[in-house]
Design a protein around this ligand. Structure first.
Ligand code: SF4
Length: 393
């Protein structure tokens, strides 16, 4: 079920696209990690050429609707020249609205190569793996995606429905998987990518995200719940009314919004640095404030105690030479939490690339936005294709 607020109304859509100045140097395109050109798709939309508009999006971005819904404003919008006159065009929402309303006009992007080539394995069906698979298929490679879980989408699956309607994510994933050259194998955990090269695969892209949640390394940590556990099964924690969330990024926001939908009364996010250092968009801040979710900045957890409820001991920080430094004698005990969620990110196991094994997405670059993960997947596929074709020549 989609949330209407996520998309533009016809009047809003018209107003947004009419603002485009058609800047000759295309700053919006240059700021997009996958090189999508808002000027181009907005131009087509102005002429009501929706098929061409959709193709212009899909030509660079295989997850056009999902990106439009969750892309932060730091890419195309922050580069939009229109902000010098009044406000930047809400490019992500224009893109999401176009995809939602007109996707069926042009589901297929560029035709896939008629000549099929080698078999490539992609490990992980998150955004980087999906983008890599799409890029490989478009270049004629038969691609097998191996996913350890029983679903695709990776960390996108954890984003609450109200921020990312699941039907939008499914529509984008279906579009990618509609390629006849892409095969999906769910519930397939690959322990050793090298083994795939000994089988029939000529190359491997590793894109399995960051699997190991980062620990707080404080006393009582065993009483906390990791964001992955919380977001994958929020219904298990429905009884929790008072929730503390430790972390200042998107997953902390996802946990807070999910907790609110789950019926929690009091939700407080504890952030090590300043509010302005939080890596979340203005829209996410707005959502948190609208939902009356508290944010306490410049605090770090010290220990957790469990009695009838959970107590969180925190101290205050200040910023010295751009680092968060503890202020002495500021420790306080905050009592009465039912649940303390850690949402400070994850790390990937380090693997070594070689000519036939290329890494992509968060397991290579660290946590990133969706559009950066897509760009990383596309680049990894291009690098692998280059390596294979160079070797063959
Ligand atoms: S920068 Fe903004 S105004 Fe200029 S072409 Fe891109 S979307 Fe249009």
């Amino acid at each position: 079920m989609s949330n209407k607020k996520q998309y533009l109304t016809p009047a809003q859509f018209k107003a947004e696209i009419e603002k485009c100045l058609g800047c000759p140097n295309k700053p919006c395109m240059k700021a997009c990690p996958v090189g999508c050109s808002p000027q181009e798709f907005i131009g087509f939309a102005k002429e009501k050429k929706y098929k061409e508009a959709i193709e212009a999006i899909l030509n660079r971005n295989p997850m056009g609707e999902t990106c439009g819904l969750i892309c932060p404003d730091k890419f195309c919008m922050s580069a939009c020249t229109r902000k010098n006159l009044d406000f930047a065009i809400n490019i992500p929402k224009v893109q999401a609205t176009l995809m939602k309303n007109y996707r069926s006009f042009a589901e297929k992007k560029r035709p896939e190569s008629q000549v099929t080539k080698d078999k490539i394995a992609v490990i992980g069906a998150g955004p980087a793996g999906l983008a890599a698979a799409k890029e490989l298929a478009e270049n004629g490679y038969i691609t097998y995606i191996f996913e350890a879980k029983d679903h695709i989408g990776g960390a996108l699956k954890y984003i609450p429905e109200e921020r990312l309607p699941h039907e939008a994510l499914s529509a984008d994933c279906d579009g990618i998987l509609s390629s006849p050259l892409i095969n999906l194998k769910l519930n397939h955990k690959i322990e050793n990518p090298q083994e795939l090269l000994k089988q029939e695969y000529n190359g491997v892209i590793i894109a399995y995200g960051e699997q190991n949640a980062i620990k707080l390394n404080i006393q009582g940590e065993e009483h906390t719940t990791c964001y992955k556990d919380y977001l994958s099964q929020p219904e298990k924690y429905k009884a929790a009314q008072n929730i503390a969330i430790i972390g200042g990024g998107n997953v902390a926001v996802d946990c807070a919004l999910t907790a609110k939908s789950n019926g929690a009364q009091n939700i407080e996010i504890f952030v090590r640095r300043r509010l302005t250092d939080m890596k979340i968009s203005r829209q996410e801040f707005q959502e948190l404030f609208e939902k009356e979710i508290n944010i306490t900045a410049l605090t770090s957890p010290e220990k957790i105690e469990k009695n009838e409820k959970l107590s969180l001991f925190i101290h205050r920080n200040h910023i010295v030479e751009n680092k968060a430094v503890a202020l002495s004698d500021t420790t306080i005990e905050l009592k009465g939490f039912d649940l303390i969620i850690t949402a400070i990110g994850s790390r990937a196991d380090k693997l070594t690339e070689d000519i036939n094994i290329i890494m992509a997405g968060d397991c290579k670059e660290g946590s990133s936005t969706l559009v950066e993960a897509l760009a990383s997947g596309q680049k990894a596929a291009q690098k692998l294709i280059y390596n294979i074709e160079k070797k063959d020549n």
